[in-house]
Each structure stands twice: as C-alpha cells, then as structure tokens.
Design a protein. Sequence first.
Length: 382
Amino acid sequence: MHRLPHSHPKHRSLAYRILIMTTKTYRCAVIGVGKPTLTWAKGGGHQIGYAHARMVQAHPRLELVAGADIDAGNLEAFQKTFGVERGYANYREMLENEKPDIVSICTYVGLHEPMAVACAEAGVRGLFLEKPVVHSPAAFDRLSAAIDRSGMKVSVAHIRRYIPALARVRRELAAGTIGRPLLFMAGIDGWDLSEWGSHWLDAFRFFNQDRPVNWVMAQGRVRDLRGYGHAMEDHAVACFTFENGARGLLDGGRAIGPVGEAEGGPEAPTMTIVGSAGVIYLRQWLKVVDIHHVAGRTAFTEPAGGDRGEATETTWTPYCAGLVDWLEGGEAPPTAWEFTRGSAELNLACYLSIVRGDRIDLPFDDEARAIDEWPLEILARR
C-alpha cells in the first residue's frame, strides 16, 4: 500500500507546525528594487520594492538577504536603506547564489512571467508577485504551468483584499444584506484598467466570492501614452458578467458618482454595489461602508487601509503573514494564486476586447492564448 511521506501536509500535526513557526527563518530577496525616491504620479516610481522590503523586515522570521536590479544606483541605495549586504544586476545569478526561500517580484508587468518561472525552476518556495500579474495570455498560461509543476506558492499583491471595509462588504453580500448582487461599479479618475484598475477588478471578484467571469466587453482610447514599461490607455471602460449574473463596470479614466459628485469629490463613492434589495457605497477611499437597504441605512467606519507603501497592520502585514502560514501548512490566503488568477485573466480580457472590438468569452480561446505581448502595444501600433 502506498504511504504518504512524513513531510506531506496531511502528516503535519499542530505541534509540528507550532515548532516550525517558532524556529524557521526564511531567506528573502527582492527582484526589481526600484528608485530611492517616491512618487505617486502615473507612470512609475512608486517604490514597490521598498514596500516589500519593509514588509519582509517587519516580520520576525523573515530575513532580507539580497536584492536585484539592473540599475546600479537604485540597487546601491536599496542596499544602504535596508542594510542588505549583497546586490545583483542579474536576478538569475542571485537565485543561484542566494537560494532564497521567498522572493518578491516588483518589476514592471512585462518581466513578471519569466522571472516567476525562473523562481519556480530555482526551487523558490514562496513568491510575492506584484500586479498586474502578466503581460499576455501566453504568459498567463506559462506561469500557470510553472506553478502547477513546481508547487511554488504564489501570493499576488492584491493587498486591498485585507482592507477591513472590503472584507465587510464581502461579508454583507454573502449574508444577503442587499439581496442578490447585480452590479459592481467604480471609476478611477485619471488612471487605467491595469496599474490601478487591476485592484478594482480584483475587488469586484473578491466581493463576489471569486466567482468566474463569463465574458468581457471593453472600449478604450490608446494614443501615445506610455508608463510602467508599456503602452497605456488614455481612457478605457470595461463591462463584464459573472457566472451568477452579476455585472461589473469599471471606468479607467473618469470617476463615477451620484449627481453633483461626478468629479470625485470627498463624498463621492469609491465603489458602488447594487443589489436586488439595496445599495452599498464604499466612501472615503475604502474606509466607510454605507449600506442602504430595506431596513434603512447603516454606516460602518473601518480602519484605513494604508496600502500605499507602509507595512501596515491592515494590508502588508497580513499579506506577508498569510504566505508564511501557507508555507507552514496553513490555508491558502485570500491573495493566493488560486483565488486571484481569475483577476489576471479578467484584466487581460479587458484589453483583448479593445483590441478585437468584440466581446471576449472566458476562458480564452486558442486565438487569444497565442497572443504574447501586452495587448495595448497592438493598439499603439495602429
């Protein structure tokens, strides 16, 4: 009779897990450390590598041992800031020499897939992977295959899933507080569907229990704008339908609000969720959950997310702890690849719909899967 090895998760007793949790130290590395100066301007320079480094160093059992970046000046500044002794211009060399347990990939999207695959092949156990996740449907398939082959645990940086207000919305919808969800809606003034919009697309899926999306229809204006290493849209809008019939609507460029709030003023909702028996408004940048339902109106003020760079108790800290616990036999965190891969697929489908000028049905067909470049590059060449 075939027996499972003693290292198999089913043999991991609570005592064993507690022992590991109190003794194991994980070697961590960052690929794409980024610039030493911070800006929130559209186009890049958000110090995401620094956010990951702070997150790692805030965890008592993670050790930041190395960083990799092609810019020598950025790498030197990073090493000095975080006291990291070893820096590499070549991330593959870093993987070979340092043999990290956990890696953070903080580069632009076009580099994510080959770097993640290299991590899987190098035996990296856990991966913090920034969003948007991959640059093409072909890259999506390659990454999925590498994860399946290696067993590497991948946690995508959709840290807003940990924001208390968003978690409350998910609970209220699951409890039927506003009936059956019909529409998830938001607008992001001056932004896009991927760099910022990917967070909102993922939030809609998170609210709807990560149900599959059946189809996507989108339109966009693409001219000469570039940022984050790729072509960007000046303005794009996407509509999509979940398998349970709920719709999503994201305006990547203009805010959406009730009359008098269309320009995104302080009282404009960051997100709106319409149900068959009420409406939920998320206000004040994901702090206030304002519920209007048949029984009246209820508002909850939750702790701020603090997701722009700090290793906060509400976002980066649980994001980090979730992967560590998962590595030690715990449950997959809400940001695990199995829950967030659908968000990456949805994000790409929005852009493919713009390219085709047609509805995109999911999962991707063979023609879509053959595309191996950022879809907006196709539009930028037209």
